[in-house]
Each structure stands twice: as C-alpha cells, then as structure tokens.
Ligand binder design. Structure first.
Ligand code: C5P
Length: 267
C-alpha cells in the first residue's frame, strides 16, 4: 500500500502480467475512445492524451448540455488532485498537461469497475436505503459498480467481480484499499479548503507494464462537494437537479482548492 511519505504503493500480482507472459497481445495501438465528457487519444510510447469536453450528461446520458469552459476547469481540478495524490503515495496515470484542456497520462486498460467512496449519504445510496440525505457514514461506505452503460452501471459485489473476471481477489482488495486511502487524503485536503467531500468515484487501470494505477478523472463531475460554510452545492448535482450555476460552482471549488494547496505548500 502507499504511504503518506509518497512511497509508491505495493502492487498486487496481476493477471495481466500472466497474460503478457503467455504472449497476450499488447494493447497500446488502440486508437481513441470517446466518452461522455472526455476524448482519449493514444500517442506513441504508451501515452494517452485526455481531452476534457464541455459536455455535461446525467442519468446515463438522458440529460445532456454544454457548459463552455467546463472541460478546462475539470482538467485543472483533476490535474491538481492527481498531483496531490501522487505526493501521498497513490500511483496514478497522470503525466502532465498538454494544453488548456488536455492532460497527458499513461495509456491504461481501464478496469470496468467504478469504486465509490461515501462519507455521507447522497444520490443513489439515499434512494436505495431510505437513509436521510447527508447522514454520516463512519467508516465510509465503499461500493463497486460494474462500468457498463448498456446495463446502467449496476452495483456489484466481490462475487460478481470474480464471476465476471473483472479483477483478481487481490487486485480488488488493492483497489478497495487504494480507493479508501486516496479518498481519505482528498477529504482531508478539502476540509482544509472549507469543503465537505460527500462522496466520489474512482476508476483504476492497468498500464502496459501491468502496473495498477488510479486513472480517469477526479472532478466535480465525479465527486459531490458542499461548501462547509454555506452548504452550497459545488458539483454536477447543480446540473443533475437544476440546483444552480454549474460553472460558478466549479470555479468556486477550484479557487478554494487552490487556496488549500497553497497553504499546504507553505505549512
Ligand atoms: O449517483 P451516485 O450517488 O451513485 O454517485 C456517487 C458518486 O459517484 C457521486 O459523486 C457521482 O458523481 C459519482 N459517479 C460518477 N460516475 C458514475 C456514477 C457515479 O462519477 N457513473
């Protein structure tokens, strides 16, 4: 596991390594992937360029709108958070910035599992359990979802992961531990920024070398944030539930985050 001193996390043995040594096909030539909010294009030497679009979607694409500047904001927030996590011993795919809205990352095969860490009840957890909105979850609840748009990204457990062959039991343990460690580090950081990190979603991937890393994005599209002082929503719920100005919320989040990161460096 990673450490707060920035030591890289120990890796679980990978089934991918075994596939490679059996002559498994390298996967780097894959051209491009267009997601709902990002476009990923492969570059030479196992690098991916991840272009952050201005599209906002909700409820599995049922709602869709453009917010000019959202892509740039999400790329900036993601960049800062991946860099912060790398400094806390979490291996990530992030390599650097390419342009205003494009980040460079290691090309990975995304494991089709969405790991959600919840510090407070919201969203589908409230719906599924009837628990009151913003009830504290202590310890945090960690859930796994099967990343399959055509199935509506269903909630799954370890037995489903094994049955579907999505990850080995050791990889799944590692994913769960890394998700908790990364989420705890981010929750601490956001507390210093005066922001309540309610819940968030992580994705992990395997590099061509078989290393497991945190991947995808970490932004207000994939986390729930509340301003601790005012209770204001600062995430995609602004769009999902018509709660207010999405861009203003994302800008405010970035400004708070930058202040906390600057204070972190000084202390
Ligand atoms: O919708 P739900 O309450 O399950 O979402 C939990 C967290 O995971 C939220 O922060 C949401 O933004 C994030 N999420 C995501 N992508 C999904 C599903 C949820 O980023 N496909």
């Amino acid at each position: 596991m990673g450490t707060a001193s920035g030591e890289p996390a120990a890796q679980p043995p990978s089934s991918y390594h075994a596939a490679q040594s059996r002559g498994g096909k390298p996967t780097l030539e894959r051209a491009a992937y267009e997601g709902k909010a990002k476009r990923v294009v492969s570059q030479p030497d196992g690098v991916a360029h991840i272009y952050y679009k201005d599209d906002a979607t909700a409820f599995n694409g049922a709602r869709h709108e453009l917010f000019e500047g959202k892509g740039t904001l999400n790329s900036q927030i993601t960049e800062r958070l991946f860099e912060y996590l790398a400094g806390h011993g979490i291996p990530t795919h992030h390599l650097g910035r390419v342009d205003e809205r494009t980040l460079a990352a290691k090309w990975v095969d995304i494991i089709p599992i969405e790991a959600v860490v919840r510090y407070k009840v919201a969203g589908t957890l409230a719906k599924r359990t009837g628990l009151d909105h913003l009830t504290e979850c202590d310890p945090p609840i960690i859930e796994m979802y099967y990343k399959r748009d055509d199935l509506g990204d269903p909630l799954i457990n370890d037995d489903h992961v094994r049955q579907l062959g999505l990850a080995t039991p050791m990889e799944l343990d590692w994913i769960r531990a890394m998700a908790r460690q990364a989420a705890d580090a981010l929750r601490d950081l956001f507390l210093k920024a005066g922001i309540d990190l309610v819940d968030l979603k992580f994705e992990f991937g395997r590099t061509a070398d078989g290393e497991l890393v945190l991947a995808d994005e970490i932004s207000p599209d994939t986390c729930r944030f509340r301003d601790l002082a005012t209770g204001e929503i600062l995430d995609k719920d602004l769009f999902r539930f018509d709660e207010g100005d999405l861009l203003a919320g994302y800008r405010k989040l970035l400004a708070h985050l930058d202040r906390a990161l600057a204070a972190n460096v000084q202390s």
